[in-house]
Ligand binder design. Structure first.
Ligand SMILES: Cc1cc2nc3c(=O)[nH]c(=O)nc-3n(C[C@H](O)[C@H](O)[C@H](O)COP(=O)(O)O)c2cc1C
Length: 226
């Protein structure tokens, strides 16, 4: 473990989209989950369910999706709205810019739809990561418990940094919720929220050079009485 501070972990976390094949030991994943389970949740209900996959099963999953992708490049549809339909400003522009900045790192122009689709499909290879986590939540849960799962995920992502690992949260996996639910044998009450690729960053990959924008404080914070 590094002597990384929380601030350093937060600042150095980024969405890694090219991993080395170096395996991540199961013991390390268990350690991350053990530590992350201290994440808070309303009423301490701990609404998270995690499925960790590596090795042969991960290869099987890759192969299943690879076989389906040519017919269904956008997957099976999602069980939830990833973004609100007709998302308003400023959110819409932020999302657009993030996509443009990402594709710029690998020089894929806006007109190159095939190139963009191909890059999107890299999600389903976990960007080369040797391990993945899938987060599921009981269908009875609402927005507040979904936020709890988000905090749990962020805890994992920061703990991963402390151990020299990088991650990429992958909502894109919700597009394969049927196939995944079957593959991971979800009980009917669970629904897939998100995937998370985890491993060691490929330092030479241009796509990992993206440093995404953040809005200045005045756009999202207000202060009274200071
Ligand atoms: C819940 C969640 C789901 C995400 N899903 C994806 C995804 O499916 N594919 C992807 O490449 N990035 C995904 N991201 C990464 C975001 O695009 C990224 O966090 C954002 O652009 C900010 O960049 P940064 O993480 O590098 O700071 C996801 C992030 C979160 C928090």
């Amino acid at each position: 473990m590094t002597g990384m501070s929380v601030s350093e972990a937060i600042d150095s976390r980024m969405s890694c989209r090219a991993f080395l094949p170096t395996p991540v030991p199961g013991a390390l994943i268990r350690e991350l989950l053990e530590a992350a389970k201290r994440a808070p949740s309303g009423g301490n209900v701990q609404p998270w369910h995690v499925y960790a996959v590596a090795g042969e099963p991960l290869e099987q999953l890759r192969a299943i999706i690879r076989a389906k992708l040519p017919e269904q490049p956008m997957g099976e549809g999602s069980e939830y709205n990833m973004y609100p339909p007709n998302m308003t400003e400023p959110y819409r522009s932020r999302r657009f810019k993030c996509g443009e900045d990402l594709y710029a790192t690998i020089r894929i122009a806006r007109e190159n739809r095939a190139g963009r689709l191909q890059q999107f499909a890299r999600n389903f290879d976990f960007f080369g990561a040797p391990a993945a986590l899938f987060f599921a939540i009981d269908r009875q849960m609402g927005a507040d418990q979904w936020s709890d799962v988000g905090m749990f995920m962020q805890s994992i992502m920061l703990l991963a940094r402390e151990r020299g690992l990088h991650t990429c949260a992958q909502e894109a996996w919700s597009l394969w919720y049927r196939t995944l639910g079957e593959f991971l044998a979800f009980p009917p009450e669970l629904m897939l929220f998100c995937g998370l690729a985890i491993g060691y960053r490929d330092e030479s990959a241009p796509i990992n050079r993206l440093r995404t924008d953040r809005a200045p404080l005045r756009e999202f914070a207000s202060f009274r009485g200071f």
